[in-house]
Each structure stands twice: as structure tokens, then as C-alpha cells.
Design a protein around this ligand. Structure first.
Ligand code: ARG
Length: 464
């Protein structure tokens, strides 16, 4: 058996089973670009404080670039005998230059992996933010095209009140807008450098933590380097992992709810929209079927995102400070949440771009006069009737219409006046969608001008 990098105090190498059990290279190999970046910054700092020569620094930095190039070209393959990305890279580097043996001074894989992951989070959050903006752009364009299409808004999945399709779509935009804020906040919180915390208690060597932080871009708005405040916390802390997975999981909930709206609207029972062939699939048996599988999978994938969050919560609970090897299990759920969310955001954007609205179906659904029963109550309130009495009166009219088998707006005016004396001859003017929407122009309401303002605000925010 081969001796491990840390094998000085061991007589024997690890069992083959232990190697297979303990390796993380099968999932942390993707950290290689960040690990190289961190090592280059560390080497620069070691030279800056005079612990290694400028020649060794340059040899290490050139060697690390060459290792990364070998990884990217496939010339260097991971070796599970080296456990993880950190030791694979260190070993490959040392094969290229003997100066590589000087690199690990004043650092541990514990602060190294914490730093690598912060670089990963910064990058991942930037990519997710880009995808969220693209999705928001698609939603806002769709809203813009559907300002004049009206559908019933629902509560309890029962037709409730009319809204424009645009207003419903812009409600989705709000959900993803909050996701964008959350993901940007995770990136902001990631922006602190743990390197220099060592295994848990720093180092006796005269390192310059601010130098490394600056090299790696861990700086605040004023350009000041940001370093973690407690070496034990810095290597034990996994809050960012949980926060990242949480932001992803909540975004997944939104993806799922939006998908459910789309699935309902696409069903023959609603029929408000159709999806393109590109994001639907057929049945192996039933020739007529065209299923909204993209949306169903989005609903399903959100379960995974929640599972990843739960995995991380459970992983951290009950761990004594500081680093414990359990923490190696922190990466698969984080990477899975990232990969899953990225493709989900693309798929929803693609599905919505291929969504066509069926105005006839929407118009038929929204023509139901019962959707304006609340507006009729407001009509009475505006004429001085207490709301509770108005509610009761409209309820009586709804019951009467049901009994007589006529639409609410077709009841005889005399009968209506008998229910409440505040009704006037114009009572049925309430049953006009344009009127209903034009009266809803206070902030956040579905009126035309409000919708235009929402769309303008989104365009401005997405341009910034
Ligand atoms: N592969 C390890 C992880 O992901 C790196 C840190 C190892 N530290 C240690 N003390 N064994 O957690």
C-alpha cells in the first residue's frame, strides 16, 4: 500500500475500502479552478512575507497554471489515493516543481476548503442571478404581451375575481425577484476570507491574511480586505452552505408553484395556454397525448432542492467544534442544488418563451358574472350600505340567481331593488371588466396603469 501525503506517523497505508469510502475527489474535482486560485494567492503571500523565495513563488504559480491546464485538457485525472482535490493538486504540482513542497506552510485543508467554497458560492450565485434575470426578462415580456387578456384569479382553486393575465405573470416575477435578492445576499455574505485560520488555531508563521484576502477579491465596497474573525468558527462554519441551499430550495418552491399554474392552465379543463412541442412530451401508449412534462419535472425537482437543504441541516446539527470529517458530505448537496437550479431556471424560461395564450378560452372563463360579486358589494358600500349588509345582500342575489337559473347580472332590476333599497337602475353596470379593472388602480392592484408601471419598474431593475 502507498503512503498518503499525511502518512509520516503511519506504518501502513489505508485499506482500499477506506480509500473508496473516504475520497471526495469524485465530487470535489470541480473545485480545482478555485483551489488553484487559492493556492496561487497563498504562494504570493508566502513570498510577500519572505517565507519562500520569489523564484519558488513563480515556480509554484506557473506549476499550478500547468496543473489546471492538464485538468482541463483531461491530461491529469483524479487519483482517489490522494483523497481530495486539494491533495491531488498539491501532488501534481510537486511532480512539476519541487517548490510545491513549500506550498502547504501555514494552511490546512480545513481553511483551504472553506476558502475554495466561498469562491464557489460567489461564482455560483453570480451564475444563478444571471439565469434568474433571464427568466424574469421572459416573464416580463410575456406580461407585456398579455396586458389585455383577462382570466379569473383563483383562491381555493375556485374562480374568485378577474385579473389580467399580465398581473398574474407579474406575481410570478415578484417571487423570482425575491429569489434574486436572496441569492445576491448569499454572495455578499460569502465575501469574507477564511484562509489563515489553519486547521483551527491559525499559524505561528507571520502570515498576512489581508494580503491573501485582497488577492482573492475578498474586499468590501471600500476596497478593504475582509477576513474571518475567529479561526475556529471559520473552519467549522457551514452557514453559507445552508443559506445557499435554502435560497435554492425556496426558488424551487416558486418554480414548482409557477409550474402548477402552468399545468392547470394547459389542461383541457382550463385551456388558457398551450406549450410548444419543444417542452412537452408524448405518451408511449396514448397517441393523442401532449404532456407538460417540463413543468411536472420542475415541480418534482423542487423536492430535491428541499432534500438538499435538509441534508445540510442534519449534517451540521450536533457536530462539536471545529472541523469533523462529516463536513466532507457538505458538498454533494450544494453542488446538486446549484446544478439542479441552473437547469430548472433555463427550462422554465424556455417553456414560457414557447407558451401561447388562447384569448378565446380566457375570455369565456372570465365572462362569469359571479367574478364581480365583490364589486357589486362595493357598489352598495359606495352608496352608504355597511359592508356586512352589502355582503349579505349580494349573497341573497347570488342565491336567487342560482334558484332562477339566470346569470347574476340578468336578474330583474325590481327584484334586485327589493333586496336592498340602495340599488339603482345602473346596478348592472358593475358587470363590465373594463370598469372593474379601471377601478383597481391603487398601488399593487391589477389595473392597466398599475400593470404598465410594474412592467416599467421590472425593465428598469433588470437593466441595472
Ligand atoms: N476533503 C475534505 C472536505 O471536503 C477537505 C478537508 C479535509 N480535512 C481534514 N482534516 N481531513 O471536507
Amino acid at each position: 500500500k502507498k503512503q498518503a501525503t499525511w502518512g509520516g506517523r503511519f506504518k501502513d497505508g489505508p485499506a482500499e475500502l477506506m480509500l473508496r469510502f473516504g475520497e471526495s475527489i469524485s465530487f470535489d474535482w470541480r473545485l480545482a479552478p478555485y483551489d488553484v486560485q487559492v493556492s496561487k494567492a497563498h504562494a504570493a503571500m508566502l513570498a510577500h512575507i519572505g517565507l519562500i523565495s520569489a523564484e519558488d513563488r513563480d515556480a509554484i504559480r506557473a506549476g499550478l497554471d500547468a496543473v489546471l491546464a492538464d485538468i482541463e485538457s483531461g491530461a491529469l485525472l483524479p487519483d482517489i489515493a490522494c483523497e481530495d482535490v486539494h491533495m491531488n493538486i498539491e501532488q501534481a504540482l510537486t511532480k512539476k516543481t519541487p517548490a510545491g513542497a513549500r506550498l502547504h506552510a501555514a494552511r490546512s485543508r480545513n481553511d483551504q476548503v472553506a476558502t475554495d467554497m466561498r469562491l464557489f458560492f460567489r461564482d455560483a450565485c453570480g451564475q444563478i442571478a444571471g439565469r434568474l434575470k433571464a427568466l424574469l426578462g421572459a416573464i416580463v415580456e410575456l406580461a407585456d404581451k398579455n396586458r389585455d387578456v383577462f382570466i379569473p384569479g383563483y383562491t381555493h382553486l375556485q374562480r374568485a375575481q378577474p385579473v389580467s393575465l399580465a398581473h398574474h405573470l407579474l406575481a410570478w416575477a415578484q417571487m423570482f425577484g425575491r429569489d434574486l435578492e436572496r441569492i445576491e445576499e448569499v454572495a455578499r455574505r460569502a465575501n469574507i476570507c477564511p484562509l489563515g485560520s489553519g486547521a483551527l488555531a491559525g499559524s505561528t508563521l507571520p502570515i498576512d491574511r489581508e494580503f491573501v484576502a485582497r488577492e482573492l477579491g475578498f474586499v468590501n465596497a471600500a476596497g478593504e480586505p475582509q477576513v474571518t474573525a475567529n479561526s475556529m468558527d471559520a473552519v467549522a462554519d457551514r452557514d453559507l452552505f445552508v443559506e445557499f441551499a435554502s435560497a435554492c430550495a425556496l426558488c424551487g418552491v416558486h418554480l414548482s408553484r409557477v409550474s402548477e399554474d402552468g399545468i392547470l392552465w394547459n389542461s383541457a379543463e382550463f385551456g388558457y395556454v398551450r406549450f410548444s412541442d419543444a417542452f412537452t412530451t408524448g405518451s408511449s401508449l396514448m397517441p393523442q397525448k401532449k404532456n407538460p412534462d417540463a413543468l411536472e419535472l420542475l415541480r418534482g425537482k423542487s423536492a430535491r432542492l428541499q432534500g438538499n437543504l435538509q441534508t445540510l441541516f442534519t449534517l451540521c446539527k450536533g457536530l462539536p467544534l471545529t472541523y469533523n470529517r462529516d463536513l466532507q458530505e457538505d458538498k454533494p448537496p450544494v453542488f446538486d442544488s446549484f446544478d439542479t437550479l441552473m437547469i430548472c431556471l433555463d427550462v422554465l424560461a424556455g417553456t414560457l418563451e414557447g407558451m401561447t395564450v388562447r384569448p378565446d378560452k380566457c375570455a369565456a372563463a372570465v365572462a362569469d358574472p359571479l367574478l364581480l360579486a365583490t364589486d357589486l358589494a362595493d357598489y352598495l358600500v359606495a352608496r352608504g350600505v355597511p359592508f356586512r349588509d352589502a355582503h349579505h345582500a349580494i349573497g341573497a342575489l347570488v342565491g336567487m340567481a342560482e334558484e332562477q337559473g339566470v346569470p347574476l347580472d340578468k336578474l330583474p332590476t325590481e327584484a334586485v331593488k327589493q333586496v336592498n333599497a340602495a340599488f339603482e337602475d345602473d346596478w348592472a353596470s358593475v358587470f363590465d371588466l373594463k370598469r372593474a379593472l379601471s377601478l383597481r388602480e391603487r398601488p399593487g392592484m391589477p389595473g392597466h396603469e398599475q400593470t404598465a408601471a410594474q412592467i416599467a419598474a421590472w425593465r428598469q431593475r433588470l437593466q441595472a
